[in-house]
Design a protein around this ligand. Structure first.
Ligand SMILES: [Zn+2]
Length: 397
């Protein structure tokens, strides 16, 4: 299952074609010809997906039932061992002054928080076990584990500098205990961070100290029935985005380590495709999620989007060779002229033995609308694929 992050688009003002329609994509077109095509609402019509909720949906989980915030998927992507009911947050190392006025939301884009992670892991708070991991640059994840916890707490991120950072507040009665624990942790964390050798060095160098933690994206870790028991599929995932790796890990899939020295449109596609091939030896389904399309779309760069589509197109014959079935789709639309995700449906094709081919000869947002799959939802994709693979269970006698 090849998921091109943010591939789908809208017609460009100049020329009236989408980047995908404008790009030369002989290989995608061959797959469209060989397969059954359609349009897919990653979540539902009119619902703008995030990459996390969209990937949940593509793996057959209803995001409205399973998603309460981004934190758990970030934490799982960072490799923290999670349990159902844990409450997880995204964290920024930030800079505050002595009056708790926010000076820098990213602590001067702190490069590496691992030294601080060590110190923060020593903090104990009554009522919950705390897991903390620094992820990349100024980012980290925080997990609270214990009885009676809830994600029903506010963020403490004021989003603008010069404003006093207040504690988190419960958003309902269920969040009271969590807010108390989190505020105590944040207070202790500040004490630890103020004294940290790394921050002493940063002050000496005239850099903003990473002396406060901003938490947001709180969510409760859902219990996702693993793909293996739902569909009898052994799943693996090759994805450069930690958030997508987190979704796959919580779905019980094997998660490959992919090279992160190059990212976005400079991604080492060669290495990723080789990893997909390796993973297919031991898996029934490999989800391969490619980030570059989305990044250039958020930058509003149609030319680079078209170039990346054309470069990726060259890898499709190899991907097609590797497995009996190939699904090619996107997790959502990110139109370059909007620079944000939109709810527009995405094109989808399933190629493989026995599929009822249709008249579609080009892989594109509008051409696929005439395909035999019609218009489906993200949660329906995997059941359709599993059935084509001959692995569905009969409903009824
Ligand atoms: Zn995405």
């Amino acid at each position: 299952m090849v998921v091109c992050d943010g591939l789908a688009d809208r017609p460009l003002r100049e020329g009236g074609l989408t980047p995908l329609e404008r790009a030369e994509t002989p290989q995608m077109d061959r797959i469209a010809e060989e397969g059954i095509c359609g349009l897919m609402d990653p979540i539902a019509p009119g619902i703008t997906p995030g990459s996390d909720t969209a990937h949940l949906s593509l793996l057959g989980y209803d995001p409205f039932q399973t998603y309460s915030g981004r934190g758990p998927f970030e934490a799982a992507g960072a490799g923290l061992p999670l349990r159902k009911g844990d409450v997880a947050f995204r964290v920024n190392f930030a800079t505050v002054d002595e009056n708790l006025l926010l000076r820098d939301r990213r602590a001067g884009r702190l490069r590496d928080g691992r030294e601080l992670e060590e110190l923060l892991r020593g903090i104990r708070v009554e009522g919950a076990e705390i897991l903390f991991r620094s992820t990349s640059s100024h980012r980290a994840v925080l997990v609270l584990r214990g009885k009676g916890l809830s994600h029903q707490v506010s963020s403490n991120d004021p989003h603008t500098t010069g404003v006093r950072v207040e504690g988190v507040r419960p958003l309902s009665a269920a969040g009271r205990k969590t807010a108390r624990i989190l505020n105590e942790f944040l207070r202790k964390a500040r004490e630890v961070l103020e004294e940290a050798p790394l921050n002493r060095r940063r002050r000496e160098q005239g850099l903003p100290p990473a002396n406060y933690l901003l938490v947001r994206g709180g969510g409760t870790v859902p219990s996702l029935e693993p793909l293996e028991s739902r569909f009898s599929l052994r799943g693996a995932c090759v994805a450069a985005a930690a958030l997508v790796r987190g979704v796959c890990r919580l779905a019980g899939m094997e998660v490959a380590e992919v090279p992160t020295s190059t990212t976005g449109v400079d991604t080492d596609l060669e290495a990723e495709v080789a990893e997909v091939e390796r993973r297919l030896e031991e898996s029934d389904l490999v989800l391969y999620s490619i980030k570059g399309f989305d990044e250039v779309s958020h930058d509003g760069d149609a030319r680079r989007k078209i170039e990346f589509i054309e470069r990726f197109d060259g890898y499709l014959p190899r991907l097609r060779e590797m497995a009996d079935f190939l699904v090619l789709t996107a997790d959502h639309s990110t139109p370059v002229e909007v620079r944000e995700h939109t709810a527009d449906p995405v094109p989808v094709v399933i190629a493989g033995p026995g599929v009822r081919t249709d008249e579609v000869r080009r892989f594109g947002e509008r051409s696929c609308a005439r395909g035999g799959l019609g218009r489906i939802r993200g949660t329906e994709l995997l059941p359709i694929l599993v059935d084509l693979m001959g692995r569905s269970r009969k409903f009824g006698a």
